[in-house]
Design a binder for this molecule. Structure first.
Ligand SMILES: NC(=O)c1ccc[n+]([C@@H]2O[C@H](COP(=O)([O-])OP(=O)(O)OC[C@H]3O[C@@H](n4cnc5c(N)ncnc54)[C@H](OP(=O)(O)O)[C@@H]3O)[C@@H](O)[C@H]2O)c1
Length: 322
């Protein structure tokens, strides 16, 4: 089958370890099923894998990709849940299973014609979502859903700050937060992306690091070192920063005085459960919300999509048609 694989790890030049070509079909263990993919989407996770974050040399070659939608062996249209874990081992939440992994970490991923997943990881795709839209949901969009509604526990009328407007997670955060009745503020390094954030649904957009008109109830943080100090300062006393990524580095000053003196909370978040993915899909269906797609590229040209992400040009998701 055609697949995009990591064949080498290079922290400084991740694209040099990417190979798009023929690969063997994945094994299908008992209780797993083979899905014929129609579309797959790119995440920063795939670039991290090529840089050796979460993927070791001895696991190579590895098919990349967490996001996908396709057809199961019974002919059903499905979205693939990317978290491989046991809910019981995580106290009812597979993301808390100490042995959980994401597709492409231990098991071959979705940037391919076929992927094998546990049967419980299949979620029905509604006919209202296109293949490309459905493929965007399992990682960045699911992460955004859990950040806003499970981890930050935001309610309509609250104000949320989204750092780094252009990213896959960030565009999902803006869209979902707006649809849920929140007041949405976003930051970006580029004026053009600030304008696009407002078009997408943000009530206002600011330059990265700019002082806000008032402090916010919660901050959604995926950028890391470049925006952390601003995230802490922008949060109201008792407010919550939910962090699910650190694209620019994971070691900023912790600003502990700012955290304890104003009783702010810092909460981690990763992916989401199958149940949350189902609710996200229902939310999109019911509210008419659709993932913002930056570009659709044939899987054979996957390298072009990776290159756009590596230089930070994106606004929304890169999707590969299979
Ligand atoms: N924990 C999880 O389950 C989970 C799930 C999904 C993603 N993540 C993580 O979340 C992060 C974002 O993922 P993604 O797929 O959305 O990646 P992406 O599409 O590549 O987004 C990158 C983001 O970083 C911002 N950015 C990059 N360099 C910056 C800088 N120097 N200063 C300020 N902002 C900067 C960009 O904002 P502008 O260009 O608008 O400034 C953009 O929002 C990644 O680190 C990823 O690993 C984690």
């Amino acid at each position: 089958m055609l697949a995009a694989r990591a064949v080498r790890i290079d922290p400084d030049d991740p694209l040099s370890g990417l190979e798009v070509g023929e690969a063997p079909d994945p094994d299908v263990p008992d209780g797993w099923v083979l899905v014929e993919l129609r579309a797959a989407a790119l995440n920063h996770h795939d670039l991290w894998s090529l840089q050796g974050v979460g993927l070791r040399e001895e696991q190579l070659p590895m098919v990349l990709g967490c996001d996908g939608a396709g057809v199961d062996p019974d002919g059903n249209e499905v979205v693939v849940h990317a978290v491989v874990g046991d809910p019981e081992a995580g106290g009812g939440d597979e993301t808390l299973d100490p042995r959980r992994s994401l597709l492409s970490e231990r098991h071959p991923g979705t940037l391919a014609e076929r992927v094998a997943v546990p049967r419980r990881n299949l979620v029905p795709k509604p006919a209202t979502l296109s293949w490309e839209e459905a493929a965007c949901l399992p990682t960045a969009w699911l992460t955004a859903y859990r950040m806003l509604f499970t981890r930050a526990e935001l309610r309509p009328g609250d104000t949320v700050l989204v750092q780094g407007a252009g990213g896959g997670v960030a565009t999902a955060l803006i869209t979902l937060a707006r649809a849920a009745g929140l007041r949405v503020w976003a930051t970006s390094r580029s004026e053009e992306k600030q304008a696009r954030a407002v078009e997408l649904g943000a009530h206002a957009a600011f330059a990265s690091g700019e002082r806000l008109p008032e402090r916010v109830d919660a901050v959604m943080e995926t950028v890391g070192r470049a925006t952390w100090a601003h995230s802490v300062r922008s949060l109201r006393p008792g407010g919550r920063i939910v962090v699910s990524g650190a694209t620019t580095g994971d070691d900023p000053s912790a600003d502990l005085t700012q955290v304890f003196f104003l009783q702010r909370e810092v909460v981690g978040s990763t992916m989401g459960t199958r149940d949350e993915l189902q609710r996200l899909i229902r939310f999109c269906d019911a509210a008419g919300v659709r993932p913002l797609i930056d570009s659709v590229v044939p899987l054979r040209d996957a390298r072009d999509g990776f290159a756009r992400m590596a230089v930070g040009e994106l606004f929304g998701k890169v999707v590969f048609s299979v």
